[in-house]
Ligand binder design. Structure first.
Ligand SMILES: [Zn+2]
Length: 320
């Protein structure tokens, strides 16, 4: 069984456990309550998601075409041992004792109905254990923490993030009803891990990153972005404007700066060489993550990108 098939099977298994959890929770309430309706809605969402996962299993023509174009990458070894919480190379894991206790309890008493946190943790563990030793070695630690629903957004940075300064990969878990994010976790880990790889290549061979960035930023390719998310980074000037707006908002909110200080900070920000470089490179960096999602099979798409071959070629050259 190939790795994509294996991932899809685990996703389906987790999805079914999740639905069972929702069903048990729902049936604690009487039918005319808001709780019952919310949980019932969540069950329907879960079933929808299962349909989608099953569809990707019986693969669509589009994904078949994409797999045909994909570079053949060597199978890397996955040999690091398991720790007490069931993660490979567990010395890299940072997790609160309450979360790890929840997961351990579920592992021990399989008959208990899992909580949503446990289901998400299971997905993180499965995705993590499925990586190669080399992939795991790209990061300094895997940090898992739970966040409030209001702080959690999918498609934004808050599902997970990679800290290029410390090399830490953060994955966020939340316990709100009606959002089944187990499916998303696999993709988040591949996306953030790709940022770590991009960072590490840059340290060793900055010329490779320049070449990749130039290729991806050429009009020939840039006019055909891989998805809407990467497209939002395709204009360097706009990247600086957006980054400045976010910084300005934080400065104003902190109340620690005068108007003149903010004005000066703006001037410095726009003149900063690191900011300039980042604004040009971030599009290639996000595109590299998007290519990785396709290669890892964690993301399915509806169309074959007209420049797909060039994307894969640039990826192969970067990783040679
Ligand atoms: Zn990203």
């Amino acid at each position: 069984m190939d790795i994509r098939q294996q991932m899809i099977n685990t996703k389906l298994e987790i999805n079914e456990d999740y639905e069972e959890y929702l069903r048990v929770s729902r049936d604690n309430y009487s039918k005319d309550t808001g709780h019952y309706r919310a949980l019932d809605k969540a069950i329907k969402e879960t079933q929808e998601l299962r349909k989608k996962i099953t569809e990707s299993k019986n693969n669509t023509d589009v994904m078949e075409k994409i797999y045909k174009e994909m570079p053949v990458l060597p199978i890397e070894k996955n040999t690091q041992g398991y720790g007490k919480v069931g993660f490979r190379n567990e010395s890299q894991l940072k997790i609160s004792s309450s979360l790890s206790k929840e997961l351990k309890n579920y592992d021990k008493y399989i008959s208990t109905t899992p909580t949503q946190k446990v289901l998400q943790l299971k997905a993180v563990r499965d995705a993590w254990n499925g990586l190669s030793d080399d992939d795991r070695n790209q990061i300094s630690s895997l940090n898992i923490s739970s966040v409030k629903k209001s702080n959690y957004s999918v498609g934004g940075v808050n599902a997970g993030s990679y800290n290029s300064g410390t090399g830490e990969l953060e994955i966020y878990i939340h316990s709100s009803v009606g959002m089944n994010r187990t499916d998303h976790i696999y993709n988040t880990i591949q996306h953030e891990l790709a940022h770590a790889k991009f960072d590490n290549i840059k340290k060793e061979s900055p010329d490779k990153i320049s070449k990749f960035t130039n290729t991806i930023s050429s009009d020939e390719i840039r006019n055909y972005p891989l998805n809407d998310y990467v497209a939002s980074f395709s204009n360097p000037e706009k990247n600086i404007d957006n980054a400045w707006k976010a910084k300005e908002k934080r400065m104003k909110k902190s109340m620690a700066f005068t108007k003149d200080e903010i004005k000066k900070a703006k001037k410095d920000f726009y003149a900063n060489e690191n900011v300039q470089n980042w604004s040009k490179e971030i599009y290639a960096n996000e595109t590299h993550s998007a290519i990785t999602e396709l290669i890892a099979g964690t993301k399915t798409v509806k169309d074959v990108n007209p420049r797909l071959k060039q994307y894969f070629k640039a990826y192969e050259e970067l990783h040679q």
